[in-house]
Design a protein around this ligand. Structure first.
Ligand code: SF4
Length: 240
């Protein structure tokens, strides 16, 4: 469990190769070591830096989430909380499947716990995604499905900065089958779930089927590769 995300460093053979060949792929384990040593926004983190993520280049599903909460900061295990229990239920998978980094990558928009705010935790630190996200997601060459969780991940992956979470999730078929916008599985969204019964009736059964397909390696979406990186802003789209 968590072995690939948390294992001790190996000799950085690929890093040596990259130093002599600029086209060589980046060594993902060296990248993880670099991420875990990050102190870029330490001055803003009440409990200090502790990046919590799960990454292996073979992963088929990416969970693009928000930021660790305090409990996850303390355990160092992503989604090791009630939100994780609900997310695993939504996906229809076991903890063992969820924590198999060769199947599922978990990369939040902010890798460290940002601290408490007036209405739940503060947003992910704004320094984090520009610093790390492209390089981390660039490791994931086998992605079949990205679960895009919460407003900050929606803005990055879907380019829908002015769309509410409800509208983004309601439009889930627009991004099918490569990406699936979801609300955060936090208990703070219980009222949202009660107000939007279509989510459990229509979206969750489709999500569970799609997760099973992706883990089995079937039905690879044609648009997959182009959607891993940040979605272009409306201005970029107009001129691109
Ligand atoms: S939140 Fe991101 S940028 Fe800030 S210290 Fe943690 S890893 Fe570095």
């Amino acid at each position: 469990m968590h072995a690939t995300a948390l294992r001790a460093p190996r000799p950085a053979d690929a890093a040596v190769a990259a130093a002599t060949d600029p086209t060589a792929p980046e060594d993902w384990q060296a990248l993880l070591r670099e991420v875990r040593a990050c102190t870029l926004c330490a001055a803003h983190l009440p409990l200090g830096p502790r990046p919590v993520l799960q990454l292996h280049p073979q992963a088929r599903i990416l969970i693009a989430s928000q930021a660790p909460g305090r409990k996850v900061h303390e355990s160092g295990v992503p989604f090791d909380d009630a939100s994780g229990d609900r997310l695993r239920d939504w996906m229809g998978i076991t903890r063992e499947q969820f924590y198999d980094a060769r199947r599922i990558a978990i990369v939040p928009m902010g890798l460290c716990y940002p601290g408490p705010g007036p209405h739940g935790d503060l947003p992910p630190r704004p320094e984090c995604a520009p610093k790390w996200r492209e390089r981390l997601l660039g490791q994931l060459k086998n992605l079949e499905l990205t679960l895009v969780i919460g407003q900050y991940a929606h803005a990055w992956h879907l380019g829908e900065r002015r769309v509410s979470v409800t509208d983004a999730v309601r439009g889930w078929r627009d991004h099918w089958p490569a990406l699936l916008p979801l609300p955060h599985p936090s208990g703070r969204n219980n009222i949202w779930l009660r107000r939007n019964p279509w989510f459990e009736a229509e979206l969750l059964p489709a999500l569970r089927r799609r997760v099973a397909q992706a883990l089995a390696g079937r039905d690879r979406p044609r648009r997959r590769a182009g959607r891993i990186a940040r979605a272009p802003s409306p201005g970029e789209r107009r001129h691109g």
